[in-house]
Design a protein around this ligand. Sequence first.
Ligand SMILES: Cc1cc2nc3c(=O)[nH]c(=O)nc-3n(C[C@H](O)[C@H](O)[C@H](O)COP(=O)(O)OP(=O)(O)OC[C@H]3O[C@@H](n4cnc5c(N)ncnc54)[C@H](O)[C@@H]3O)c2cc1C
Length: 478
Amino acid sequence: MSNDNAPPTHSERRRTVLKAGAGIAVTAAFAGSGIEARAAADAVAPTAATTTPAPGWTNWSGIARCTPKAIETPGDEAELAAALRKASAGGARCVGAGHSFTALVPTDATLISLDRMSGIVASDAQAQTVTLHAGTRLALLSRALDAQHLGLRNLPDIDAQSLAGAIATATHGTGKDLPALHADVVGLRLMTPGGEVLECSTDRNPELLAAARVSLGSLGVITQATVRVVPAFNLHRRVFLKPLQAMLDGAPALAEKHRNFEFYYLPFTGYAAGITNDLYTGTDTVQSPSADEDMLRDLKRLRDWLGWFPSLRRWVAGKLIDGEQTEEAKNRSWKLLSTQRPTKFNETECHVPRADGIACVREVIAALERRNDVFFPLEFRFVKADDAWLSPFHQRDSCSIAVHAAQGEPYDYLLSEIGPIYRKYQGRPHWGKLHDLKAPQLAALYPRWNDFLALRARLDPEGRMLNPYLRQLFGVTA
Ligand SMILES: Cc1cc2nc3c(=O)[nH]c(=O)nc-3n(C[C@H](O)[C@H](O)[C@H](O)COP(=O)(O)OP(=O)(O)OC[C@H]3O[C@@H](n4cnc5c(N)ncnc54)[C@H](O)[C@@H]3O)c2cc1C
């Protein structure tokens, strides 16, 4: 029952704000706050080694599934070696937090989770590195580093991932001078399917490091990673709206000017929301509550009510959005760079040469606006080149363009309509996000593709670490 004279409830207050500042609220869905409640769930790990008669497994969005014969959760390398021996020729796949959209993880054989192999192994203050168990979730990692007054240079826009899972797929954040996470990995311990532990670093076996940094779980099980860290730092975040054209024109300069810059295009509104982060030396913190979920719901409602009338939809959106609104936050880097994404989706993302980023995103936006069913914002980021053999940023400064479709809604067009645009610009797909490229196309995009395949065949001649998806991706028929 409602009472007109009563003060607005919390949710009514939030809705009022959203109507006044729609675009800003949407960006919070992707850039924001509310981090404190998150890590506890991520932190939960089994306390004893288990071989579970497996229930079905699904990824975060529910589109990748399997019913493995066994799920192994080793607590150390000896237990992992035993699990691999037991899996034997049947094969095994590793799972981190299950946040990849592609079918990298599914197996009907043995699924191995390193959730019990989590936390800091050692810190080296002089080298400014920290060695970590590979199952450590990024959220826990940031907190553990902060406790030592340290931090990672950059983070993806969520931090639920495991360290090994994140580096295996070249997970990245944004920043024209900031590479993906794996570029800061300076050493790895890798257990081959035969149970042998190989160590590699920038000094020792650097070729193996270059291959294993981004290896899709196909070379063996990564048990530890040594990662470059920096002194803990604070950031000042600003969120602002611009008409799309102005954002596209200004994006390269904004990327030059700010430590981190990205923008979200808000479909069928004519607006884009920019987010900048810059180093902040003050100690005060400012963090507004997240209105993200309410706003995403509003964008969906606009689509549901007015999807068939795009001009009217744009007109109404224009009336709802206050283009002058801005939002600011000041906090520890990891509290601003990563956020939560309660509303689930499926996603494709491609990395194109930096110089082609704006031209490519223009075409992607045009394609999206030919579909009245689209409402999820598109994300545009900048990533610096690195040298890992299968890094999508291999020797190429890049722009990343990500398109999302709400969970439960059609997502085939991400491949059939957006995929060809990415291909036109020599886009390299995010390994964890939807794409349909196969070995011949990938070989043309990756200069070290054949070197990687040769190394993989040497380390795992029987293909024990491959599943059907990877066999197809790598073109392995034997
Ligand atoms: C909501 C959401 C937001 C996202 N945001 C971003 C983003 O901002 N930037 C970005 O780049 N990506 C992003 N992603 C994609 C995500 O970061 C990657 O898909 C990442 O790989 C997921 O990590 P995970 O721990 O869930 O790994 P999983 O998906 O479980 O596994 C990924 C790969 O890692 C392998 N693997 C896992 N553990 C090991 C191990 N110990 N040894 C060897 N191989 C292993 C698996 O076999 C698999 O091949 C996002 C995904 C979601 C769902």
